[in-house]
Every structure is written in C-alpha cells, then in structure tokens.
Design a protein around this ligand. Structure first.
Ligand code: 1PR
Length: 547
C-alpha cells in the first residue's frame, strides 16, 4: 500500500484526515520527530486550533527547518487549514508568532460586523477555470476558520501561485494555493465529501501537481468573482442516541424531550441504528451530522462509551463534519478516577468527532461566569477544549423553554414580545435555560447563556427549543432572532422542523447560519435531499451531494 506521512504535532482531531487517506487506498505513517520528516516522500501538515499554537508547537519540537527543507527539496507537501496558514508570514491571530514565510502575506480576521464569525460551512474553491488539484467550480468545500488571507487579484499569482477563492459576505479570501510541489487548502478536504476526497487523491497520486504544470500557459491567471454566491445554506441531520430498554443503542426522538412511546408500555422510541442512519443522511447530502448522547452511561467506563464506537464506525464512511454531544463534563470514572471534560472531548476527537457539543455543563459555567463578575479563569470545559482544539471545535447546545410574562418589565430577564400569546393571553415571554435534558430549569435566560459561552470561546451555538421539539410546526423564529441578535458566533436553528418549507422559512425570515432537523428525517417523512431540492427551487444556495 502506498504511504503518506502525516505530521503529528499533537494537533488533535485528525482522525478524519487519516480516514480519508485510508479510504483512498493509502497508508498513513506518522511523523513524530523532525528527523522522520527527511524520510517522508509525501508530507501532509494538518492544522487544527490556533495559528500561534500550531507554529509554536512546530517550532519547539524543531520541525520548522525540516518542513522548509522538505519543500525546498521539491517533495510533495500539503497543508490543511492552519497547515495552509502556516505557510504565510504571520497572522493577526497571534501577531508575535512568525509563520514559515514560504508565501508572502499575513492573515487577518473576518469582519464580524455584518456576518457570523467563524466562517463555518460549505463554500467555493474557485480557480477561475484554471486546473488545480481537481477542484471544481460546481463543488463546495467545508471551511471553518476565523482568520483568512484576503484575496487581492494578481498578488499571489505574481509570486507564481495558483489560487482558488471563496467568498464570505463581501470578503473574498484564499481558499487554496498551489505551486510546484506545494498544495494547501484553507478548507478541510477530509470533511468535504466526495469533492474533498477527489482533491486529496489528486495530491496523493501526483496528478494535481502535474495539472498545474500542464496549465501554466493554458489559462489566464487571476480568479474572477464567484458567481455562485459563496457560502451555502447548511442543513444538519441530528441523531439523538440512547440505549433502549433492551440495552440496544438506538436513534430516538421525543416530543418536548419525552422519547417514550405514548402507549401504555412507554418504551423508548426506536427509529433506527445510529451508524446506518448517519451514512444514509450523508449520502442524501446532509452538510453535517450531529449525535447527541441523550443519556449518561453511568455504569460504563468512559473509555468504553458506546458513542466512541459509533463515531469510529461513522467516520470511516461519512466525510462531513461530525459533532457529538452529551456528557461532556468533568466526571468520575467507574473505577473512581477523575476524568476531565477535556479528556472526554479528546476521546471523542480521536474517535472521529470534529466538534463536541456541551449542554448542561455550559449552563453551570455561565452561572459561575456571571456570579464572578463576568471574569474568566480558563478552567471551564469550554475554555479548555477551545484552547486545545480551537473555538470551532466547541458547540454549545442550548435547551431553552418559553416562560410567559404579562409585561415587558415583569422579570429581569431578556423579554420579547411574542406573536404567539401564552395560556393566559400573555403577550411577552423569555426563554429559560434548562439542564439535564430539560428536566431542570435555571434562572438564566437564553441571551445570557449565549453571550457567556461566546465569551468563554464557544465557536457555535446549537439552539434547540423544548416547546418546539418534535412538534413538526416549524422553528421558533422569535427565539432564533433573539439569539442571533445577541452573539457573533454562528447559530444552528433546531427543533420543530416538519417539512422542507420550514427550512425555507427559517433561512428567509431569520439570519440563522444553519438549520437542523431530526424527527422528519428519522420517520422517513422527508429526506435531506428533498429539503435541499426545495431550498434550491426557492433560490437558496445549497450544496449537492456530488457522489
Ligand atoms: O447536557 O451536555 O449532557 O448534553 C445533553 C444533550 O442531549 C443536549 O444537547 C440536549 O439537547 C440533548 N438532550 C437531552 N435530552 C434530550 C431529550 O430529547 N430527552 N435531546 C435531548 C435534545 C433536541 C434536538 C432535536 C431537535 C430537533 N434533542 O437534538 O434533535 O429538537 O428535533 P425535531 O426536528 O424532531 O423537532 P449534556
């Protein structure tokens, strides 16, 4: 089996990259010391987390001269995400840390005044028709980043680079660069479905580099504006997973978080097997898959959590981002050993998760944040995991429910006036946060929680709504608008989707960054593909599964 070397500088969640490479018929050999770089023929530098963290890890371990030599010797090199950023001279993310300086230029932060940051989702890699590692204009690629190199026509091209771009809002940024033996992508090809596998294959076979050489005189340099509009509307399939009364791990789905059948036996609803359903949704075009482990496995050693195996299996065949939630908090293992939330997250990442989702623990941390005068001490699970793996790897799952009040000033909480009055005709409400799967309500509103977790370093909010969960009546647009107005990080609208028009409604009536459905997909009422076809008919840009 042909080999590719992957540089392991303790970056974390690179299981997906290994899976993608293995899927393409290559074997991964780890590079764990600078000396081993010299043995590598094809070298990949994955990048996760912060620019400064990546570069200082590489520098401290003595890798930088070895990487430069590999590149200067003309051997194939591929950088992914921060692995692309590392090629530049520096980044506003960590101004005191120098990059490899192989490409002139320094990265800046996306402007968050009119759009969510980080930039998360499926966007273009537009080469302007120039052949480049099998990137295609009608394909979309999965990006997740806060910093970028703004694209200036001709600037990189004048240094001999071929460039592919994406467009986010009014900003056009560098999505990929290539020259000679070097190829680097800002997007994650290992999470970009078939289109991503195609471009990795072009690197591994050498056809990508050859296509650059062939093209030198063929197509004019310079990338035209992206006519296809950049970022697509993200549609996420969510699987609530738990063991049923027979001890089988099943996908279930409740109404207002009650997952038991209404019949007298009150068994846990069984809607299918997690790995099988995830694969089906991937093939239907789901942009991400989220697994929520909705019960704690208290009698099970942490290392044997059933969800770890679900992730291992799923990540072998599903090449879109996988999020896993449930039970991510400091805990005590069955043998009495303390296990931190960061350690649990690490196990999930190593098993194939790309993001972890934190629920109850985030509410407790937010309460402490406010009680300590909005000060952060770096010790919450959100801070620890985002420091190690980057903000984009931490999602916070909110489980709010409506509390109706008669007047706007009836409570200290953030109140909205609602078009859907309460049982006593109340025209106002606020959203109370809950923990433990909605079983316990806390004196904290959804705006307070969203802002606290954003301050702690969460990269995204998964916004459920207990009142709407399983109702098939559409998303709670008022809730989504309130949270979107409160934070800059992306928000995923969840709970209530019953048909494709609900997705159109949430994308057109709010500025939500993504929308999630569960029951309607599990019960087979609609497929993800039908939702996307519908959105497309309504002139909302979506990614198609290009299998
Ligand atoms: O608190 O960190 O252990 O995380 C527990 C996680 O499990 C939280 O993310 C919480 O939302 C979730 N959870 C806990 N109990 C339940 C339950 O249903 N009994 N599920 C539960 C939450 C909500 C969404 C659902 C959408 C869309 N489920 O996941 O998928 O509401 O559903 P729909 O499209 O069918 O309306 P921690």
């Amino acid at each position: 089996m042909p080999t590719v070397h992957l540089l392991d500088y303790v970056a974390g969640n690179i299981r997906s990259l290994v899976n993608a490479i293995e899927r393409l018929g290559y074997e991964v050999e780890w590079v764990r010391s600078p000396e081993q770089v010299a043995k590598a023929e094809k070298l990949i530098l994955p990048g996760v987390g912060h620019f400064g963290h990546c570069l200082s890890q590489l520098s401290q371990a003595g890798y930088l001269p070895a990487i430069k030599k590999h590149i200067e010797d003309g051997k194939p090199f591929m950088g992914v995400c921060v692995g692309l950023q590392a090629l530049f001279e520096g980044s506003a993310e960590d101004p005191d840390v120098a990059g490899l300086g192989i490409i002139k230029g320094s990265l800046g932060r996306f402007d968050d005044s009119t759009k969510s940051v980080p930039h998360i989702g499926w966007n273009s890699a537009n080469t302007g028709g120039r052949p480049m590692y099998d990137l295609r204009l009608d394909s979309k690629y999965y990006y997740v980043h806060t910093y970028n190199l703004p694209y200036v026509t001709g600037e990189l091209e004048s240094q001999g680079w071929t460039v592919a771009t994406g467009t986010y809002g009014t900003e056009t940024f560098v999505g990929a660069v290539a020259k000679g033996n070097v190829y680097a992508t800002q997007f994650h090809p290992e999470k970009s479905g078939v289109a991503g596998l195609r471009t990795i294959r072009a690197f591994l076979t050498g056809e990508g580099a050859a296509s650059l050489r062939d093209a030198v005189d063929g197509v004019p340099n310079g990338v035209p504006a992206d006519v296809k509009g950049g970022l697509t509307r993200r549609v996420i399939a969510c699987l609530d997973v738990r063991t049923n009364d027979n001890g089988d791990l099943v996908v279930t789905k409740g109404d207002q978080y009650d997952v038991r059948e209404k019949s007298s036996d009150r068994t846990v609803r069984n809607l299918g097997k997690p790995v099988e359903l995830a694969k089906r949704y991937y093939e239907d075009g789901a942009d991400e898959i989220t697994f929520l482990n909705i019960t704690s496995f208290r009698d099970c050693p942490v290392a044997d959590l059933p969800m770890l195996e679900v992730l291992r299996q799923t990540s072998k065949t599903v090449f879109v981002p996988l999020t896993v939630g449930g039970g991510i908090r400091d805990t005590v293992d069955t043998d009495g050993t303390k296990v931190t939330a960061l350690e649990i997250a690490t196990m999930y990442f190593k098993s194939g998760a790309d993001k972890v989702s934190i629920g109850s623990d985030a509410v407790i941390a937010a309460e402490e944040y406010y009680s300590l005068g909005r000060k952060l001490f770096g010790n919450t699970a959100i801070e620890q995991i985002s420091r190690a793996y980057g903000n984009q790897a931490v999602v916070v799952s909110l489980d709010p429910k409506r509390v109706y009040v008669p007047k706007h000033d009836a409570t200290r909480h953030n109140v909205i006036s609602t078009r859907f009055p309460g049982p006593k005709g109340e025209a106002f409400c606020w959203y109370a946060c809950t923990i433990k799967g909605g079983r316990e309500t806390r004196d904290m509103d959804v705006v307070e929680l969203a802002q606290a977790v954003e301050a702690m370093g969460a990269g995204e909010v998964l916004l459920n709504c207990i009142d709407k969960d399983g109702s098939n009546s559409g998303f709670d647009l008022e809730l989504i608008a309130q949270v979107k107005a409160a934070v800059k990080i992306p928000v995923i609208a969840s709970s209530g989707a019953g048909n494709p028009s609900h997705f159109e409604e949430v994308f057109k009536m709010t500025t939500t960054d993504a929308a999630l459905g569960a029951g309607m997909f599990h019960r087979g009422e609609y497929t993800v593909k039908q939702v996307k076809d519908f959105l497309s008919e309504k002139e909302l840009l979506v990614r198609r599964f290009d299998g």
